[in-house]
Ligand binder design. Structure first.
Ligand code: NCD
Length: 361
């Protein structure tokens, strides 16, 4: 059944307050992502398909002929990277993913070089830029800005897909996709993500990566989620309500060390102090939420330690050499899952699968 809905058929005042599940039909088309705005738009089948596609792509990319094939897929398309919030890894990961697909790119990262300095609204700027490109990849400190632009452009002559590359404190859907892909790969030989225990640590209140990933994990059976943070930075009630609604088992703790032996994955995060009003998180003692080499002895042999990066004082560098530390692999997985995502948005996944069958299948 096709439940797709069009943003042009709804006013912003009607769309904005919709629940996240009610927004899903406006993001996907025929069961595939079109706009990528919220983690909630991805179901289990989509996550499985994206992971399988990403793995085919990375294998195809091992040869020159494969790279040339991949770079022909979207060579007729242009992408705009509009990043009005600091970013290097997500920006470069998307940039490299566009290059792999042959897409031409342009970027705007500093609004002081734009007519926004002449008083133009950000909405008007992005609307103008959209007319030169076929895809907009956006990071913004404003919650819901990518949604707003997707809605606004729907009534223009040339609507284009929009990918949310991180919005405010609320969503980071493509980071969650790369985290899921990393978990899929890590648990390939141990029964997959179903039944695993995932421990989230750090600033769970303002960390958008945790908020998006926690939701994606509700697509898996019997996953236990454990949230460990100082009380002031503990996970928000909206996320716990989502977990309750999905029938997910979770625990909320303030002590880190006792839960380490139970974890199949530990997801460390940085204190997001850029959102502080008055340096309040600097006054917190977060030393108990620091993963050091000493903790490796407590960790299951098959467990993994993750981090969306950038890292500060969450994981000691002498943990990096342990095979269970997968944060650098996570970053590389991000590039491949973004290639898979953009190939899917533009309907090229069947071509990739056919090429794979012919050459490597
Ligand atoms: C994260 C972000 O921007 O939310 N970084 C990223 O995209 N990998 C995490 C962070 O900044 O702490």
């Amino acid at each position: 059944m096709n439940n797709d809905k069009r943003l042009i058929d709804i006013t912003w005042d009607e769309f904005q307050p919709l629940s996240l599940p009610a927004k899903i039909p406006y993001c996907n088309r025929n069961g595939c992502p079109y706009h990528v705005l919220i983690a909630q738009q991805f179901d289990r089948a989509m996550l499985d398909d994206l992971g399988i596609l990403a793995t085919k792509i990375r294998r195809i990319a091992k040869s020159k002929a494969g790279m040339l094939f991949l770079s022909s897929l979207l060579e007729h398309k242009r992408a705009m990277l509009y990043f009005s919030q600091p970013s290097s890894r997500t920006f470069l990961s998307f940039y490299a993913a566009c290059q792999i697909l042959g897409m031409k790119t342009a970027e705007l990262r500093d609004s002081t070089t734009s007519s926004e300095m002449k008083g133009e609204s950000q909405e008007d700027s992005v609307r103008t830029f959209s007319s030169y490109f076929d895809l907009l990849i956006m990071r913004s400190p404003i919650q819901g800005f990518a949604e707003k632009m997707a809605w606004l452009l729907s009534s223009t002559e040339r609507p284009v897909p929009i990918i949310n590359a991180g919005s405010g404190k609320d969503q980071h859907p493509t980071q969650a996709l790369l985290d899921i892909y990393s978990l899929q790969r890590s648990f390939e030989k141990t029964g997959g993500i179903d039944g695993k225990t995932i421990v989230f640590v750090g600033d769970l209140l303002r960390g958008r990566t945790v908020r998006s990933l926690s939701f994606l994990l509700t697509n898996y059976r019997n996953v236990r989620q454990i949230f460990v943070a100082p009380p002031q930075l503990q996970i928000g009630p909206d996320i716990l309500e989502q977990l309750d609604a999905a029938g997910v088992t979770y625990e909320v703790h303030h002590e880190f060390e006792p839960v380490i032996p139970r974890a199949d994955a530990i997801y460390m995060t940085r204190i997001q102090d850029e959102w502080d009003k008055d340096g309040e998180s600097k006054k917190l003692d977060t030393s108990a939420f620091y993963f050091t080499a000493r903790h490796l002895a407590l960790l299951k042999p098959q467990a993994v330690v993750m981090h969306p990066l950038p890292r500060r004082q969450e994981i000691a560098t002498d943990v990096d050499r342990d095979p269970r530390a997968i944060y650098w692999r996570q970053a590389r997985n991000g590039m491949w899952i973004r290639v898979a995502l953009m190939a899917t948005i533009f309907g090229r996944a069947p071509e990739v699968a056919a090429y794979y069958e012919q050459t490597l299948g």
